[in-house]
Write a protein that binds this ligand. Structure first.
Ligand code: GYE
Length: 305
């Protein structure tokens, strides 16, 4: 088949598959919505789903993938929590004849390649998400800004790429300076704590760019606790499009949330079927994202998670 010619393990065509989904953590609504999407799809796509939750530990996620390999699952869907530590597990799955589909995060592209070491990367263009957040800011600014950046999980592909997309766009603006950039691990409480600390050293902050909505909500809490007015004296921009973020936009506290859709189940089902049928699966199954602002947040909050 086309698959084996490229060195990828083939996938038999059959009515029911045992499918591994090795989740990174479950401490935010995005992850919970993604897990639910896989669980719903297990029913509609006739999967026997082997689900694990690494609880925020790359080491546990490696062990979870190894246990799926030992169980002999038919295929593995994996959001690698960080780019480097999950690489050996991806290669071990390939070596064991199990096709791996990366979802929503990638591994180091200099070491492992889609279409060679794993079937495909299914997910958003994170560089573009960061750039779109910057473009909204540039269009809604008087040109002079003191920016604090709350980064996602250190070493994860969305943190690396959302930083690059935003920072590169802002670098072209002479009046805009990123004065601090620190990880809040994509988590609300961590975002709040980091923002509290950064407010001490940068009380003149006018913009917070958070790599996801949960950290933006945490930053809003920290700003309000310090007597600042998010949406008035500090502009917040972030990424995901969660329900809480859309509500914060409606409330005037968050300026923009660039969408990063978590509903991978249906596309995972289709992609796996196409692969088993020997069809050409693109090396990047790209998710198209929208942008939520005060102009459309109320229209979309009903469908948000
Ligand atoms: O933005 C964040 C989650 O990898 C795209 O991970 C995903 C990101 C998402 O924890 O909220």
């Amino acid at each position: 088949t086309a698959a084996t010619a490229q060195g990828l393990p083939p996938l038999e065509q059959k009515d029911q598959y045992t499918v591994g989904f090795a989740q990174t953590e479950s401490n935010n609504p995005w992850r919970i919505a993604q897990t639910k999407s896989f669980q719903d799809t297990a029913a509609s796509c006739n999967w026997n789903l082997v689900y694990t939750d690494a609880a925020g530990s790359a080491a546990k996620q490696v062990a979870d993938v190894d246990s799926m390999i030992a169980q002999g699952v038919d295929a593995i869907f994996l959001p690698p929590r960080e780019e480097q530590p999950l690489l050996p597990a991806v290669l071990r799955a390939k070596g064991a004849g199990i096709p791996v589909f990366l979802v929503d995060r990638s591994v180091d592209p200099n070491v492992a390649k889609a279409g060679v070491d794993y079937v495909t990367f299914m997910g958003s263009d994170f560089i573009e998400q960061g750039r779109r957040a910057a473009e909204w800011l540039i269009a809604n600014s008087d040109g002079t800004e003191v920016i604090v950046e709350l980064e996602g999980t250190t070493g994860s592909s969305p943190a690396n790429d959302r930083k690059k997309g935003f920072d590169d766009a802002v670098a072209g603006q002479s009046g805009m300076t990123i004065v601090a950039s620190q990880s809040g691990d994509f988590a609300r409480d961590k975002g709040r704590q980091v923002m509290e600390t950064l407010l001490q050293s940068h009380p003149d902050v006018t913009v917070v760019y958070a790599h996801n909505d949960e950290m933006a909500i945490g930053a809003i809490q920290a700003l309000e606790a310090a007597g600042r007015k998010p949406g008035e004296d500090v502009t917040l921009v972030s990424i995901d499009g969660t329900r809480d973020a859309l509500q914060a936009i409606i409330d005037g506290k968050l300026g923009v949330s660039v969408e990063s859709a978590p509903f991978f189940g249906p596309v995972a089902c289709d992609t796996m079927k196409a692969y088993a049928a020997g069809e050409d699966v693109p090396t990047w199954v790209k998710v198209e994202d929208r942008v939520f602002t005060k102009d459309n947040a109320a229209d979309h909050i009903g469908e948000a998670y």
